[in-house]
Write a protein that binds this ligand. Structure first.
Ligand code: NAP
Length: 228
């Protein structure tokens, strides 16, 4: 049976992704921070995990290796958005955001690298907010500096890691799930505009990527390759 580790599997995109992999006969190791994962399944193992704590990262890596000596996929989904409405750049929020959305992801991924099978897939949940190749500044660019910086940096980690592990046959992708109806998605909703995708649609994108895509080091948005 193939095994996937999904961080932040307690709600939103992570929970829908856990359900999707379970439906397709994968064993799922799912993590949560404060909210217990609200499903039970013979092939689901849940572990409490704080991506901002190096002790917790170390503990998760050890537990995963005990449960599954080989991993077939890692979905780096856990993330935070602290500065959704901030038009200033608050260093305290930036530091916390980078700890969770970048450094913790790098730490857990690097600790697990030795147990990835050939053809395994690492998916980093990125965002359109991390894209810096748009030719013009638009109003949408003015908020959430820390979050945007964290996702742009995560994209660079994706690219760098993809190159490093290419010869081992490990595929590494960044994926932007679109604007999704989750606690985080609704944080940036306005009176006239809100998220248009369901967590299940985002989970489908992730599952299809893991199951079908063999090209490494790319940024995927809504089923297509995207500019970074
Ligand atoms: N929603 C969107 O529109 C959207 C758009 C682009 C990208 N994304 C990305 O997609 C991913 C999932 O987003 P979402 O909308 O599903 O978010 P969400 O509903 O806010 O869920 C966040 C998940 O991350 C976990 N988490 C939060 N802080 C953590 C920490 N310090 N350590 C470990 N786990 C932690 C939460 O656990 P608890 O429940 O236990 O607190 C929860 O499971 C994120 O990386 C996000 O940046 C989302």
């Amino acid at each position: 049976m193939r095994t996937v580790l999904i961080t932040g599997a307690s709600r939103g995109i992570g929970l829908a992704t856990a359900k999707k992999f379970l439906e397709n006969d994968w064993r799922v190791i799912g993590t949560y921070l404060n909210t217990q994962i609200p499903i039970q399944h013979d092939n689901l193992v849940d572990i409490q995990y704080d991506q901002s704590s190096s002790e917790s990262v170390k503990n998760l890596a050890e537990k995963v290796k005990e449960i599954a000596p080989k991993l077939n996929a890692l979905i780096n989904n856990a993330g935070i958005l602290l500065d959704a409405e901030d038009k200033i750049t608050d260093p305290v929020k930036v530091r916390k955001t980078l700890e969770v959305n970048l450094v913790g992801i790098i730490d857990i991924t690097e600790r697990l690298l030795s147990i990835f099978e050939k053809d395994s897939h690492i998916v980093n949940l990125s965002s359109g907010y991390g894209v810096i190749s748009k030719p013009e500044l638009i109003e949408d660019d003015e908020c959430a500096a820390g979050y945007r910086i964290s996702k742009a940096a995560l994209n660079m980690y994706t690219r760098h890691l993809a190159f490093r592990v290419k010869d081992k046959g490990i595929i590494v992708s960044a994926l932007a799930p679109g604007w999704v109806k989750t606690d985080m998605g609704y944080k940036v909703a306005t009176e006239i505009e809100g998220p248009d995708r369901t967590p299940e649609q985002a989970a489908d994108d992730i599952f299809i990527l893991v199951s079908t895509v063999k090209e490494t080091g790319q940024f995927w948005r809504l089923g297509s390759k995207s500019d970074w």
